[in-house]
Structure formats: C-alpha cells, structure tokens
Design a protein around this ligand. Structure first.
Ligand code: GDP
Ligand code: GDP
Length: 438
C-alpha cells in the first residue's frame, strides 16, 4: 500500500465523479463481508502498479449541519491530518471562488503535498482561458482534467505520485518481529493497552517513522519475541474531529490491518459487540490475517461464575464468520491476561505462517473422503484427487478434482473443518482453491 490520497473541494466540482473515474469498478474494498454495507468514501485504487487508498472527503459529513465553508475546512483539516497527498478539486466553469481561495490557503499553510485539479476542462487539446486563473491559488501548476471524459486523470495521478513522500525503507526491527494491529471502536481501550504494554516492557524503539508515512510504530520485546505495534500514534493521538467521524477511524484501521501479521480485535465488554467491530474484523478475515479477539474492560464487568461463558456464547454467534479466532478476556487498565493475549498473538501467527507437508495433507484427504463421501449430482460424483499447500499467510490449499461445480460450499466447509481438526490452524483463516484435472 502506497499511502492515502484525499480528494478535497467544494460541493459539485466533481469530486465523486473523479473518485469513481480513478477507482473504476473496484469500488468498495469490503463488498462481500458479513454485515458490511457499501461505502463510497474510500477505496483502494491503483496507478501504474502502485496501490493507494483514495478518500473522497465530500462523503464525510460532519455531524453539525454547517455552512459550506466550515464543512470544507473540516474536510480539508481531516485530509491534512490523515492523507499523504491531497488532490484539491476546483471547477473551471465557475472559476476561482472565495471558498476555493480560503481552503487553498489553508492547504498551502499545512505543508502537505497538494495537487491542484481544475476539473470540467472537457475540450481536448486546449484549456479554456479561465484555467489560468487557478495559478493564483498559489498551489503550483494546475492540472486540467475532465472527470467525465477521463482525460487529464493520468497527468493528475502522475503528479500525485511525484508528490508522494518516500517510504522509509530502513526497518528498525528484525525480520522475525510480529506486526500487530490493535483495532476497534473509539474508547474500546486501544491506547490504554498500547500504553500499558509500552510502559511495562523494554521499549526498543519508540516513535520510529514507520514504513508508511504518518504511521508511527512502536517496537517492544516480550519473552524473547519482538513485536511491532502498528500505528500507535494513530491510536494514541486523539483529535475530537477524528473521533466524531467514525469513517476515518475505520479507514485508519484498514491501513493498519494491511500492514499487520496479527490483528487484535478489541471489543468493549461494557458495550458488547457492534456493527463496526464486524466490519474491521471482516476485513482482517478477508485479507487473510491471523486474529485474536480481545474483550477488554473485563474488570468493569459484574461477574458471577457463568459470565465469561455467556459472553463467549454470544460472541461465537457474532464472530461466526471467523470462528477460528480465539477470545481473550483482558483488562488494559489492570493488565489482567495481557500475557495470555501475547501468547495468543504469537501462537496464531505461528499458525498463519505454517506449512503442512503434501504427504500429511493427502493422508488427511483420503481419510476425510472415506469418512464422508463427496457429493454427486446427476449421476456424477465429485472426486478429490490430490491436495497441496500453495502458500502461507494465510495457509492456502489447492485441491485437484474432477469437476469444480460439484465441489459445493458445504463439502468445502467439511474439508476445511477436517483440516482444522487435523492440524489446528487456530486463529488464522485458511483458503481452499479447487482446480480441475481431467
Ligand atoms: P462533488 O459534489 O464534488 O462530488 O461533485 P459530483 O462528482 O457529484 O459532480 C457534480 C456535477 O458535475 C455532476 O453533475 C457531474 O456530472 C458534473 N461533472 C463532474 N465532473 C465533470 C467534468 O469533468 N465535466 C463536466 N462537464 N461535468 C462534470
Ligand atoms: P481507545 O479510544 O480505544 O484508545 O480507548 P482508550 O484507551 O482511550 O480508553 C477509553 C476509556 O476506557 C478510558 O477512559 C480508559 O481509562 C477506559 N479503559 C480502557 N481500558 C479499560 C479497562 O480495561 N478497564 C476499564 N475499567 N476501563 C478501561
């Protein structure tokens, strides 16, 4: 992932048209995850083989019903805080407006790289005379774009990548360090946990500039294992504006998940499971990351002998789409079971990178198909010939069969369960790919 690019500008200048043009068909990054609705404000996009996250700040509506300028300022401020490069979109048909000038000044003062897009330049090969006014905004050379027709967008993205800060290639932790993303709703206790961990342990490096620009990672050592806590600055540094806007915290969480080996999905025990929890958890699942579900503030829950069991039962339903993930009941405040949490992080990661030999897999396959016969349809029976592990992170198995159509979801599910029964693989998603062989 190559950083966050935010699109800022007045209403109706064409931000969402530009967004859709750049993103193309790859609209939502989390389409077929349980409980996830389509989100049009951010999406992964690609330019010349480089991936980045594009954000349309126009889709971020502040809670208050505000006048346009203050809304624009708020969106611009978010972009300044969170993005690596900002695309400032203006409209050639309306010329430079007072609001444009105001926001341009604010962007310029921030020192963030800004690319100035003059949209609705629909004519090919010539720009209208009004185009030159936009030099007055003091943001450098404007780029003429027609989001509707698509021309100019290549130049625009070239300029974006010219302005993208260099990644810091220097890693300040070892190859074996486990990268951990702590994700969850505001107030779940993420920063309390990070502070507790960082306070207790020998901190090897703090505030190193991470591999992505705004992310600041913390490296710690615990029982001889190095861990990188991803984007701890994003967790610790709190701004009222950001917290009001749930969408930004979700976006930030996605970026952290992308870089992580293991995700700690933190649930507030005093509030229980929420929709947003399933969103980020679903994303971690989809991306093939190991996950541990931490139920925090356990100290604040009134308990009798059955409470933990009851919690677990309910969460098993909420997280049924990732039933492999272990639960740990913790208190970031008192430090209760934080050791257990780290054991689970280490263990689930070891499962995520595991490789199982082809011989062992095929023994398992032979046994599984003998125990429950593969399904048949219209007189044709599914045959599973051979199985091998194609990759790790997450464990991905290729199964060769006579007819993919016959390899229904339910039988794949059965095979997955057999794999887990035989090999564990707790805490990690696994993937099964069916291939036909004549
Ligand atoms: P937003 O409010 O900034 O997200 O603006 P929209 O993307 O919704 O666009 C506002 C209007 O401008 C729509 O009617 C678009 O069809 C139109 N529009 C967007 N880009 C262009 C363009 O490049 N050329 C022309 N002629 N119209 C455009
Ligand atoms: P974040 O927004 O997820 O980083 O949450 P914070 O770490 O800022 O915590 C939000 C609030 O919950 C703070 O008032 C914390 O003191 C409190 N809190 C965090 N962890 C615990 C815990 O384990 N037990 C209790 N009782 N309170 C906690």
């Amino acid at each position: 992932m190559n950083g966050i690019v935010a699109v800022v500008g007045r209403p109706n200048v064409g931000k969402s048209t530009l967004f859709n043009r750049i993103v193309g068909k790859r609209m939502s990054i989390v389409d077929d995850t349980p409980g996830v609705t389509r989100d049009r404000i951010y999406a992964k996009a690609e330019w010349l083989g480089k991936e980045f996250m594009l954000v349309d700040t126009g889709g971020i509506e502040p809670d208050s019903k505000d006048v346009i300028l203050s809304q624009m300022r708020m969106q611009a401020q978010l972009a300044i805080d969170k993005a690596d490069v900002i695309i400032f979109v203006t409209d050639v048909t309306s010329g430079v407006t007072a609001n444009d000038a105001d926001v341009a000044a604010m962007l310029q003062k921030s020192g963030k790289p800004v690319v100035l897009c003059v949209n609705k330049c629909d004519g090919i090969g010539e720009v209208p005379p009004e185009f030159y006014e936009f030099y007055n905004l003091g943001l450098g050379d404007p780029i003429a774009v027609s989001s509707v027709h698509g021309h100019g967008t290549g130049d625009l993205l070239d300029a974006v990548f010219e302005n993208m800060p260099e990644e810091n290639p220097q890693r300040e932790y070892s190859e074996d360090a486990i990268k951990v993303a702590v994700i969850g709703k505001p107030n779940a206790g993420k920063s309390s946990l990070v502070n507790k961990i960082a306070g207790e342990q020998r901190m090897i490096v703090s505030n190193i500039a991470g591999t992505t620009r705004d992310a600041v990672d913390t490296v710690i050592e615990r029982d001889g294992q190095e861990y990188v806590l991803i984007d701890t600055a994003g967790i610790r540094r709190k701004s009222k504006v950001n917290e009001q806007i749930e969408k930004y915290s979700v976006l930030r969480a996605y970026m952290a998940v992308d870089r992580a080996d293991v995700c700690v999905i933190m649930i507030d025990a005093t509030e229980g499971f929420t929709e947003q929890d399933s969103k980020v958890a679903g994303y971690a699942h989809e991306q093939g990351k190991a996950s541990v579900i931490a139920i925090n503030k356990w100290d604040a829950v009134e308990k009798d002998g059955k409470t933990m069991q009851e919690f677990t039962k309910k969460l098993e339903v909420d997280f049924s789409f990732m039933s492999y993930a272990p639960f740990v009941f913790i208190s970031a405040l008192t430090g209760q079971r934080v050791d257990k949490l780290f054991e689970q992080i280490k263990y689930t990661y070891s499962q995520n990178i595991r490789r199982i030999s082809t011989g062992t897999l095929n023994d398992m396959l032979g046994y599984a198909t003998a125990r429950v016969q593969p399904p048949s349809d219209k007189g044709k029976r599914l045959k599973l010939y051979y199985m091998t592990q194609a990759s790790a992170k997450p464990p991905t198995f290729v199964i060769f069969c006579n007819d993919k159509e016959l390899f229904h979801y339910s039988y794949q599910r059965y095979i997955e369960n057999q794999i887990r029964e035989s090999f564990g693989l707790d805490g990690t998603p696994i993937k099964i790919i069916a291939r036909e062989r004549g």
